[in-house]
Design a binder for this molecule. Structure first.
Ligand SMILES: [Ca+2]
Ligand SMILES: [Ca+2]
Ligand SMILES: [Ca+2]
Ligand SMILES: [Ca+2]
Length: 326
């Protein structure tokens, strides 16, 4: 499990940033794309989240299309993709080939996402989008709300806070300080996870989200509260939560003062040498490599097609599992 926990760490940024989506009921559907584009947690409640792998392997848009397919059609298309991944056409998919593919799909996903939003926010295709244009488009409705409505909090998040957060992220993405974003700057704004210059602001956003009592440091309960909330107050904590508490003490709180400071959160969510695509490629090989030669044949991949892509069958399986609970 050691490799996976590293993936969870990076994804916690995404989960923390996406907190606003948990209060989505009262928020217009077209609110800030950057609060929703992040993918979900790789492991949630200790359960493996297959959707995370599908998104990494296909890109989120493409993964959605596969969810509509029959298992047969899903496998057929996966077969075509495997032939593309196998760059040297030797019939085996290596770690390097799989890693290249994952990087390619992620880049394609980000390009398409930015293209779509760029057109939407800038229909005349000007060189830049000024802050005021973006603010009016996304937060213009705030002008008609009362101060109380703007500051009403749902799970620690209010419209005012979302606006302030976007404003801060915008300012960091704006490299040439003209308060307008070029397409490149806008990409950093929407997808800060891949931009070294955006690391600090993502770190700040994560700490803001986790630090519920606003004392500037993350207690073990704040750390756990982001991943787990008991249904009833006195419910005993499941095993995985107890081991997360232990991980806090042994791996996260490096100076053993009982809290995570900024440096410790940074080390946790943006470790120096962490490679998302490589870690995901290793995970997929681990899941499908039946003969343990650390490469995948097409047969091995198609055999575990539900690990790589979705289909109606997976949804059907989930529906059945849910039905069993009742
Ligand atoms: Ca090959
Ligand atoms: Ca600019
Ligand atoms: Ca705190
Ligand atoms: Ca500490």
């Amino acid at each position: 499990m050691a490799t996976y926990s590293a993936v969870v760490l990076v994804v916690v940024v995404a989960a923390a940033v996406a907190i606003s989506s948990t209060s989505a009921s009262s928020i217009p559907a077209d609110l800030p794309p950057e609060h929703t584009v992040f993918h979900g947690k790789h492991f949630e409640g200790g359960e493996h989240n297959a959707q995370f792998d599908h998104d990494a392997f296909l890109g989120a848009d493409e993964a959605k299309k596969f969810d509509e397919l029959t298992p047969e059609e899903s496998k057929r298309r996966l077969g075509v993709i495997v032939d593309r991944i196998d760059e040297d056409k030797d019939g085996l998919v290596t770690l390097a080939e799989l890693k290249n593919w994952i990087q390619y799909t992620q880049k394609r996903y980000i390009d398409e996402d930015v293209n779509r939003l760029w057109r939407q926010h800038n229909p005349e295709n000007n060189k830049t989008i000024p802050w005021e244009v973006y603010r009016k488009l996304i937060y213009g409705f705030l002008d008609d709300l009362t101060k109380e409505e703007r500051e009403a909090e749902d799970n620690g998040i209010s419209y005012s806070k979302m606006l302030a957060r976007d404003r801060r992220r915008w300012a960091v993405a704006d490299q040439d300080l003209d308060d307008s974003l070029t397409r490149e700057e806008f990409t950093a704004f929407l997808h800060p996870e891949d931009h070294p210059t955006m690391k600090d602001v993502v770190l700040k956003e994560t700490i803001d989200d986790l630090d519920k009592d606003k004392d500037g440091k993350i207690s073990v309960d704040e750390y756990i509260g982001d991943m787990y909330r008991p249904a009833e107050l006195d419910d005993p904590e499941p095993e995985w939560v107890l081991s997360e508490r232990e991980a806090f003490v042994t791996h996260r709180d490096l100076d053993n003062d009982g809290y995570l400071n900024e440096a410790e959160v940074r080390q946790w969510i943006v470790p120096q040498d962490f490679d998302h695509a490589e870690s995901e490629a290793k995970h997929l090989i681990f899941e499908a490599d039946m003969d343990h030669d650390e490469q995948l044949t097409k047969a091995e991949i198609l055999d575990k097609y539900d690990v790589f892509v979705g289909s109606q069958a997976t949804d059907f399986g989930e529906a059945l599992a849910r039905h069993d609970e009742f």
